[in-house]
Design a protein around this ligand. Structure first.
Ligand SMILES: Nc1ncnc2c1ncn2[C@@H]1O[C@H](COP(=O)(O)OP(=O)(O)O)[C@@H](O)[C@H]1O
Ligand SMILES: [Mg+2]
Length: 303
């Protein structure tokens, strides 16, 4: 399969500090590719290099098979960008924001006149076309920014934390839009720290921390590789829970804040033990990407 992005050994320094330390990424066409990592991992910096918005200090980077150093303009014309922070122009209406953005790409006239209704429809903002930006909800703004990123009909859409700060309804709505884009044949590259988002949307992902890629694979493969398939989340008297479960074979404990996690290949024996214990409540669930993420990036708080 042809790769849309091929990056080798990307490095970014700010003064003495190295914030991206030799990142390799290969992104196949027509897939949804995720970059996961805690705050400060280097996700935004990496995306900005991939977009040619931030010069790389070392490495080689081809997008659409073209070297970014010589073809930045061509690459940008074929790419849509959803930045981490909202940068809509509050002095203009919804539709004016789309028009102004289109102008950067030299898109106007009939092409734009045809595209705008479709973009408004995509964003679910047809009846808000003439509304001011400040009257929109967070979810509406985010949808508008995604629609705006499509104004040049890009092959590749890069989204930096597309749903951060949104409520569940707004988030589900955006997930639906992103799936539609992927179904339409676009390549999506997104960063997120919502594991559920990555698990639902991404065909393949990398986990990044401290400027490096720790792991790559499909969500299912990463879960299989790093954690046991079943998890018990234990709350209540942790010591008691531990004492109850410790004698059972093949279980593994992890503690995060006030919750104990018990990972196992078969939770039946553990559940039997716990059912008699009123002081301990538990939730039995399949392992997910969040378990992988916590295992790989540790449990310290990142701000
Ligand atoms: N312009 C900059 N100058 C100095 N340091 C920066 C700059 N931009 C980002 N950094 C630092 O680089 C690291 C990675 O940042 P970033 O790529 O934004 O991480 P992420 O998007 O994963 O949260 C952070 O420690 C951040 O403080
Ligand atoms: Mg970021």
């Amino acid at each position: 399969m042809t790769a849309i992005i091929t990056a080798r050994g990307l490095v970014k320094r700010y003064g003495e500090r190295i914030v991206v330390r030799g990142v390799d990424i290969e992104i196949p066409a027509r897939c949804c590719f995720g970059v996961l990592g805690p705050n400060g991992a280097g996700k935004t910096t990496t995306l900005r290099m991939l977009l040619g918005q931030s010069p790389m200090d070392d490495g080689a980077l081809d997008v659409f098979g073209l070297p970014i150093r010589t073809h930045g303009r061509d690459i940008r014309a074929r790419t849509g960008v959803v930045p981490q922070t909202d940068n809509l122009d509050p002095d203009f209406t919804v539709v004016e924001n789309l028009r102004i953005y289109a102008r950067y790409f030299g898109i106007g006239g009939k092409t734009l006149a045809e595209r705008i209704p479709a973009l408004l429809e995509f964003a679910g903002l047809t009846d808000r076309a003439d509304a001011g930006i400040n009257t929109l909800s967070g979810g509406m703004k985010r949808r508008l920014i995604i629609a705006r990123a499509l104004v040049n009909d890009p092959e590749l859409v890069v989204l930096d934390e597309p749903t951060t700060g949104l409520d569940p309804q707004a988030r589900h709505m955006i997930w639906g839009r992103l799936r539609a884009l992927r179904a339409a044949g676009k390549t999506l590259l997104l960063t997120t720290h919502y594991m559920e988002e990555a698990e639902r949307l991404c065909d393949e992902l990398v986990v990044m921390d401290d400027g490096r890629i720790l792991e790559r694979g499909t969500p299912a493969a990463l879960i299989r590789r790093h954690v046991e398939p079943e998890v018990l989340e234990l709350q209540g008297e942790a010591d008691k829970a531990r004492a109850t479960l410790a004698p059972l074979p093949n279980g593994r404990f992890e503690a995060v804040a006030d919750t104990y996690y018990y990972y196992t290949h078969d939770a039946r024996a553990a559940i039997k033990q716990l059912e008699g214990q009123a002081a301990i409540s538990f939730l039995h669930r399949p392992a997910n990407l969040e378990d992988v993420f916590l295992k790989l990036t540790g449990r310290d708080l990142r701000d």
